[in-house]
Design a protein around this ligand. Sequence first.
Ligand code: ADP
Ligand code: MG
Length: 245
Amino acid sequence: MDTKEMIKVNQLNKSFGDLHVLKNIDMTVFESDVVCLIGASGSGKSTLLRCLNFLEKKDSGNIIIEGNEVDPATDNLNKIREKVGMVFQHFNLFPHKTVLENIIEAPIMVKGVDKKEAISKARQLLDKVGLEDKSDVYPSKLSGGQKQRVAIARALAMEPDIMLFDEPTSALDPELVGEVLATMKELAQDGMTMVVVTHEMEFAREVADWIVYMNDGKIIERGKPEQFFNHPKEERTQEFLKSTT
Ligand code: ADP
Ligand code: MG
């Protein structure tokens, strides 16, 4: 039984100017849970993930990571981002660095890992994401799916306890989506704690432990996939699910 609270959010609020984007969000993510966050465009999913990684500053509420409440004013956010890795829709690889150099950059520069050790770890991770033969290639030579798998390996190189994914397959050609989802599924099976914003309902149904549905800055409904997809309780959830099929 996993009962360690990896992420706990209490009454989180965030506005951009007059636009109230996150409204009293409460959320708990336990160790090894995969939470899929779904909802229409503009509902606040990315903002929530970015708050969890402290790329956005909350207005009010608490964010507790592995039992410690984070105060961006006094805490070292780089230390927290080592624990909470993030993968974006656009992979943001360094174009002038090889795949291997992309992966070892942060462990060496941020964590002070020995170069040899960083390289050895990077090769293991490339193997894990099925790109062991691409270490010396530049990102421009990779397909979108390969780039995203490098981005996942790069995030994992920091040995995070939690991984956040913001629509990691939305920018990919349809035929490249599957390989990235397969990599994420493997990571989930390894026990990684994951919060995944996605429109891939099949993935959510199959891999998620919990589905969270957001609309207009609020969490409308959460549930186990079977219950959520087959017997959604809220009318707004039912309408949303109809719109996605
Ligand atoms: P989602 O990821 O669910 O599509 P977002 O979290 O990206 O939603 O955006 C929620 C709302 O906040 C949208 O109306 C968006 O335009 C607005 N928003 C997001 N980021 C900013 C920002 N940096 N400045 C102003 N408005 C923003
Ligand atoms: Mg978004």
